[in-house]
Write a protein that binds this ligand. Structure first.
Ligand SMILES: C[S@@+](CC[C@H](N)C(=O)[O-])C[C@H]1O[C@@H](n2cnc3c(N)ncnc32)[C@H](O)[C@@H]1O
Length: 226
């Protein structure tokens, strides 16, 4: 049994279920975004991460690309409202287009923003940092956790997921992926450092996990604001 099958059997939702939703959501989008978003659920464990989001959540997704995670959660009926932002203008434009067909679309918004500048106003039940940290230079990584914490409502959760820096061959395979797909040199943050930064902001570690999907190794933590 693969890691994916083990998880999907335990939780009910499989990677292929999320991929099917993604293909449906992005069916009318043109170009590479459509195919990348349709395939992403096979290499990113959204089917596991959705189970951390309780229904009726208000959610902020930092580095949301074309809005895949928010759209899937909206289709699953988990969201009261959501804001996603990303520094990639073309991806945000695609997100804005697909969001019109989502349930509760008037409560979902996508914005072109850089996480190193102003964040959207408000406090959220859930702040997501999914595969964003490795795009941030080491001197600004702790600040990302600080900013995310500042946008958490009391009792809210920070859902952090990134690529593992060990084993080395998997970390290098992922590094190669980023070099080939976006021409970018990435910076792995050690999960222990992320946990220390979050604790320094007063967050409590509720849960953590890891899994392999193809050659990618994923690690995640769920922090809770008391
Ligand atoms: C690997 S993708 C992950 C996207 C999405 N969270 C997901 O899991 O499908 C990383 C995203 O982070 C965005 N990103 C990187 N640095 C950023 C920054 N400083 N501000 C906003 N977005 C950023 C990139 O544009 C990219 O869309």
């Amino acid at each position: 049994m693969t890691d994916i099958e083990a998880h999907s059997r335990a939780n009910g939702l499989a990677a292929r279920d999320v991929a099917k939703l993604a293909r449906h959501i992005f069916a009318d989008v043109r170009g590479g975004i459509k195919y990348k978003q349709g395939l992403r659920p096979y290499i990113c464990p959204f089917h596991v991460l959705v189970d951390y989001i309780s229904s009726n959540a208000t959610l902020l997704d930092v580095g949301c690309v074309a809005g895949l995670f928010i759209s899937v959660l909206a289709r699953l009926g988990r969201l009261q409202s959501a804001v996603g932002f990303d520094a990639d203008r073309a991806a945000i434009s695609a997100a804005q287009n697909i969001s019109r067909a989502l349930p509760n679309s008037s409560r979902i918004r996508f914005e072109h923003r850089d996480a190193h500048e102003m964040w959207p106003d408000g406090l959220f039940d859930v702040v997501c940092l999914i595969d964003v940290m490795h795009h941030v230079s080491p001197d600004k990584q702790a600040e990302l956790i600080t900013n995310a914490t500042e946008h958490l409502a009391e009792g809210g959760i920070l859902l952090y997921k990134d690529m593992a820096c060990r084993p080395l061959w998997r970390a290098w395979a992922n590094r190669l992926h980023d070099l080939l797909s976006v021409g970018e040199w990435i910076y792995y943050a050690k999960l222990d450092d992320v946990i220390a930064w979050a604790r320094a902001e007063g967050l409590h570690l509720d849960d953590r996990g890891s899994m392999n999907m193809l050659w990618y190794r994923h690690e995640w933590c769920v922090f809770h604001r008391l």
